[in-house]
Design a protein. Structure first.
Length: 297
């Protein structure tokens, strides 16, 4: 394996690990890794990481399973990478803020995998290598549209980006890709786009059952019932404040997940101890929360 290919694989693995370890940074980690990999691609020596469908017939010993994942991080030219990075940012950030980094990276990678498998099934004789994050991108579009159809995301309308409901974007993009497949378009893996979106919707449905995420405006039951504003006096870092703002917007199980993620991080600014729940409010034994309120009066 070429040295460039090994370095690209290392960057991919580090990107995934950072996404799992640092909550809230999966989209940024993916964006940074894709940019770094594209710069490495300019040096050559990466072709073995692309998806070579015809190897399954002509040279099966050359086909490697990791191509199903590594090809998602590769791009052909500057226009290709820009066209993929913008949707990752505009769609990935809203979805990640809703469901968390680990669930987001799971749906992203699995959608890319399903997209590539669908492409292989329908194009196993093509001599052209497949690469690009489009299948994964269509997957997160489908997942966001399924879980939160009314959420508005910035979608390209001509030369500008406008806020459009996720369901509208998913329907338009999905139907457009189907039309291009039947039109016999070449040079772009439209099949990977369609299968990627179907994969994103499927995994969102399956994992919604695990997370008990409700969509369509249904009422959700929250486990943590207390005065959310009592958290505010104990917020210190920027990330904690961002999570607090997310908690105020969310409901049900998603809200509970963010609360459980935030509470262990909180410390009393006065004594440094963890605040406790007392009569439905977060407070500290040293009286910091009460004293702060009295001072504010």
């Amino acid at each position: 394996m070429e040295a460039i290919s090994i370095l690209i694989i290392v960057i991919i693995v580090l990107s995934i690990l950072l996404s799992l370890m640092l909550d809230g940074y999966a989209t940024l980690s993916l964006t940074g890794s894709i940019l770094a990999i594209f710069l490495l691609q300019l040096s050559g020596g990466w072709v073995e990481l692309a998806l070579h469908a015809n190897d399954l017939v002509t040279a099966p010993y050359n086909f490697e399973w990791y191509q199903l994942f590594t090809s998602v991080f590769l791009h052909g030219d500057l226009r290709h990478i820009i066209g993929n990075l913008l949707p990752i940012i505009f769609i990935g950030l809203p979805l990640e803020s809703r469901i968390g980094s680990r669930r987001f990276i799971f749906i992203y990678l699995m959608s890319g995998l399903v997209g590539n498998l669908g492409f292989l099934a329908l194009n196993w004789e093509t001599p052209y290598p497949a690469l690009g994050a489009s299948g994964a991108i269509f997957g997160i579009v489908g997942a966001l549209a399924f879980l939160y159809p009314r959420d508005r995301i910035f979608a390209p309308i001509g030369f500008i980006f406008l806020p459009v409901p996720a369901m509208v974007v998913a329907l338009f993009w999905g139907l457009e890709q189907l039309a291009l497949i039947f039109a016999g378009g070449e040079g772009i893996a439209y099949e990977a786009h369609v299968f990627g979106m179907l994969g994103g919707i499927t995994f969102a449905y399956l994992l919604r059952k695990v997370w008990k995420i409700e969509n369509g405006g249904k009422k959700e039951k929250a486990k943590h019932r207390f005065d959310i504003q009592s958290i505010e006096p104990f917020l210190a870092g920027k990330r904690e404040k961002e999570i607090y703002e997310t908690i105020k917007k969310e409901k049900g199980e998603i809200r509970d997940i963010w609360i459980e993620h935030l509470l262990p991080k909180l410390r009393c600014p006065s004594c440094g101890k963890k605040p406790e729940m007392v009569k439905g409010k977060l407070s500290c034994r040293c009286g910091y929360e009460r004293g702060k309120k009295e001072n504010n009066k």
